[in-house]
Design a protein around this ligand. Structure first.
Ligand code: NDP
Length: 327
């Protein structure tokens, strides 16, 4: 028997609760993992609260991230005792996920826990941090270098934002944090932000083109914020879009793209090919100041997760939440 958060949907409604489950109830897969840590990401918040139709079958164990040790493997790449890491692939949405003490998964979804990272550190980074690194790598792929100018990071005090600031600052970029929580300026500066701007400057409808400022941007917010970032990005700059914290819409014009050669780079972490994941995690182990993870993350037990899901969606959680599923 093991403990897990289970989401059910039936005549009595949509519910998430902590339950004891039997290993025989786990879904099919070729690797059985004894989970050590998981996380609470924005998408887990949507799944647990039912605020958006993230869960595609019921009952469902949420948790898009996990790290743990292989208990049993029928996959050639893994043996009992190996430490493994999982992010995405629809786990926690269509396949039982990491907010549990056991998980049965497809071996092809797993990567080895990167050398140099503890299980706790890997989950402090989690999908949010891995996505932040995918954004940074996209900026680099489009030729951006630290001397090119300022990088704006929106949703700065959240998970993706916090890790993006820490990575970019360590790489030598001048990072400008855009946040609804200017009272957390000291936190954002401790991660490496050179300047902190209120999100209200970006969230209202703006002009198709405005004064050029950004060499690049990491946006988790979407909607008018993303449109305004594109409109204020310098000639030839790059804006990475990975989130929708303010909305799915993009009320923009093509002007920044056709008149300033701005690139809008879409970032998906869920279905990202394995080689890209390994490259991103390798970079995280090297290019993130791991000491900053203690400032960015807080650790909870499985029983503390459910009440925090709604708070996370309201933007009231700072940084990252790590879940020690055995605490
Ligand atoms: P968090 O909840 O940790 O952070 C989101 C941050 O966005 C908040 O902390 C807040 O930052 C800001 N925010 C919240 N609501 C609003 C709003 N209405 N208007 C403007 N800003 C707002 O989430 P994550 O960092 O984990 O994820 C951020 C986004 O990225 C989510 O939309 C998530 O779904 C997406 N995502 C996408 C991935 C992909 O593969 N494409 C992978 C991971 C995440 P502040 O208080 O500083 O303003």
């Amino acid at each position: 028997m093991f403990q897990a958060i289970l989401i059910t949907k039936d005549d009595s409604g949509y519910q998430a609760g902590l339950q004891r489950l039997d290993e025989s109830q786990l879904p099919a897969g070729d690797v059985l993992v004894r989970v050590s840590h998981s996380t609470l990401n924005y998408k887990d918040g949507l799944a647990i609260t039912g605020k958006a139709p993230v869960v595609r079958q019921f009952p469902m164990v949420p948790g898009i991230d996990l790290v743990g040790q292989v208990e049993h493997s029928e996959h050639a790449g893994y043996q009992k005792g190996d430490w493994v890491l999982l992010n995405g692939w629809g786990v926690g949405e269509a396949h039982w996920g990491g907010l549990a003490q056991m998980a049965r998964l497809k071996g092809e979804w797993l990567i080895p826990l990167p050398a140099g990272l503890t299980p706790q550190q890997a989950m402090s980074i989690g999908t949010a941090g891995y996505t932040a690194m995918l954004c940074v790598m996209a900026l680099e792929r489009h030729g951006l270098q630290p001397g090119d100018g300022e990088i704006a990071v929106t949703g700065a005090a959240g998970g993706v934002g916090s890790v993006a600031i820490a990575i970019l600052a360590k790489l030598g970029y001048r990072v400008v944090a855009v946040t609804g929580r200017t009272e957390d300026a000291a936190y954002l500066q401790s991660l490496g932000a050179a300047e902190v701007l209120p999100r209200a400057q970006f969230s209202a409808p703006g002009k198709p083109l405005a004064k050029e400022r950004w060499a690049g941007a990491v946006d988790v917010v979407g909607s008018h914020t993303l449109a305004n970032l594109c409109a204020t990005t310098r000639y030839g700059g790059v804006v990475t879009a990975c989130g929708l914290a303010a909305g799915m819409d993009l009320p923009a014009t093509v002007a920044p793209f056709i008149l300033r050669g701005v690139t809008l780079a879409g970032i998906d972490s869920v279905m990202r090919p394995r080689a890209d994941r390994i490259a991103a995690w390798d970079r995280l182990a090297r290019d993130l100041d791991l000491d900053k993870l203690a400032t960015i993350s807080q650790e909870l037990s499985l029983s503390q997760v459910i009440p925090l899901a709604a708070e996370l969606l309201q933007g009231r959680i700072r940084g990252r939440i790590v879940v020690d599923v055995n605490r």
